[in-house]
Design a protein around this ligand. Sequence first.
Ligand code: NAD
Length: 455
Amino acid sequence: MSASAALDVLNPATEEVLTRQPLASAEEVDQAVAAARAAAPAWRAVSPGDRARLLRRLAVMIDDHREELAHLETANVGKPIASSRGEVGAAAEVFHYYAGSVDKHVGDTIPVAGGVAMTFHEPLGVVGLITPWNFPLLIASWKLGPALACGNTVVLKPSELTPLTTVRLGALALEAGLPEGVLEVVVGTGPEAGWRLVEHPDVAKIGFTGSTAVGRRIMAGCAEQVKRVTLELGGKSANIVFADADLDAAAAAAPNAVFDNTGQDCCARSRVLVERPVFDRFVSLLVDAAAGVVVGDPLADATEVGPLVSAAHRSKVEGFVDGVDVAFRGSVPDGPGFWFPCTVVAPADPASALVREEIFGPVVAVLPFDDEADAIAIANDSAYGLSGSIWSRDGSRALRVARALETGTLSINSNSSVRVTTPFGGFKSSGLGRELSMQALAAYSELKTVFFSTR
Ligand code: NAD
């Protein structure tokens, strides 16, 4: 691809062209890596206190630009403005949290024969971050926060479909006082700009969020150089409802757990497993709740669900439900936009693609189960293991089931499971490594042991 290649960046709700985005060539990625490499020694030498202050300043800048960033995210991703405001606020929180981590990510002193051993968390050097289109600013912050806190410099490649808030973040970082080269943002395609980061010998680690198919390729590419890699990939999470649960609460929460962000959420609870005696009652409650979801203009405060990200993605989602009997299909606005109706399939065919594969759209499959063992077996019968929920008034059973699920991040009697203070990541094909919390720092530093002889 030539350096002059460019892509129309669209508003998915209107199909209007927001901007024509130049796409970085492999050579331009090389220049960004060289700039990040040149900035690395000085950034590493910044005192912990000053590094923390700079990250805190960036957090404040993000908060100060909340409306601007939220409107950019809504225009580019099509997500409801209320969600965008929440995500910008959450991104600022991530930088506050990792500002506070800088001077707490400390090594150990270990008494050993003949002296003392010390451990140090050393920066990796230049880190390549590759992010998806569904939560552009938020996922960038999850990676950037720990990467910068640990003293790395970064080349960040957002999805070419939704680059606008990431580009703005790069400018805000400079305004906040981050030295030139500490954060380089390159917008380009995956196979050209993204892959160049994977194969570049001066990039020490790749932090990737995206599809399992691309994640697999990136992991194989990193293996060539034994490059560090963390992967946050796809999901097909189960929302398990036992007969003794508060069915009204479970049904009221179920639509948002899968339709939020128009289903374009790796944590979407897109399989709802319901104990057989309450199956019909629950489906009827779920359909009522789904009918109440507000779909429409992403700029309206009350909107809960916007369009899908692109025409190509809408065709993919359509392919999963074509010819399938549905229990509920919502309505969508007339006119332009990549709209797709909220859809409930109940009972779904356990062998169908819509039950087994990640759809990444507003489609939920409801399946019956017989008992606790059956629920665990169905939930675990998936290549993925990212998230999930358990609804039951029997606390012991809920915890027993939680321990038995092959899943990284779970909630009991709730669908909320992602917080900056707690680890997040997947089992099986949902990924490798953990983001958020103090755990993420381990993925952005190298542990060094130094023996000091006292003889
Ligand atoms: P994607 O895999 O198509 O793209 C993700 C990023 O990788 C983009 O920046 C893209 O340009 C880049 N890329 C594509 N091909 C590449 C290559 N060959 N080399 C290097 N980079 C390449 O994913 P997407 O469609 O943008 O996002 C949707 C997927 O992301 C879903 O599967 C979803 O589950 C997953 N996701 C996971 C999490 C999580 O935390 N587990 C969060 C959000 C999204």
